[in-house]
Design a protein. Structure first.
Length: 132
């Protein structure tokens, strides 16, 4: 099963744990976007390095969208705290392609989640993925 895991930069460790869990279970993760986020985070915190180039940002975004396109199932981990922007665009792409979507959050979060299987937490998302 090919899976894409979306989430928020403010919760990279959570997303990385879910990606690791999926890989350990034998799933193919179509894009580990956290590597780009970590790279961007490092550049932002290092005053002696230039910011991530527009070309690199475009390549990272394209890799994420390609990952959504290659997935059989997409899992979106809504942040408990903080915000996310890219995840919503990825979810829209997922839904536009008719790919199965699992959303961790609340059913009343947004109309965008109405086409997803909505679950309360990461464990429930993984259990739903296992049932796929």
């Amino acid at each position: 099963l090919h899976v894409y895991i979306g989430g928020a930069r403010c919760e990279l460790a959570r997303v990385e744990r879910f990606i690791t869990r999926c890989r350990f279970a034998g799933y193919v993760v179509t894009c580990d976007w956290t590597q780009f986020a970590r790279e961007s985070e490092h550049v932002t915190r290092s005053s002696h390095e230039p910011p991530m180039s527009d070309e690199r940002r475009r390549a990272a975004w394209q890799a994420s969208l390609d990952g959504v396109g290659e997935a059989d199932v997409c899992v979106f981990l809504s942040p408990a705290f903080g915000t996310t922007r890219g995840m919503w665009a990825e979810m829209g792409a997922c839904q536009a392609m008719g790919t199965r979507c699992i959303y961790v959050g609340h059913e009343d979060d947004t109309i965008a989640t109405s086409l997803c299987t909505v679950v309360a937490d990461d464990d429930a998302a993984f259990a739903t993925l296992e049932a796929a």
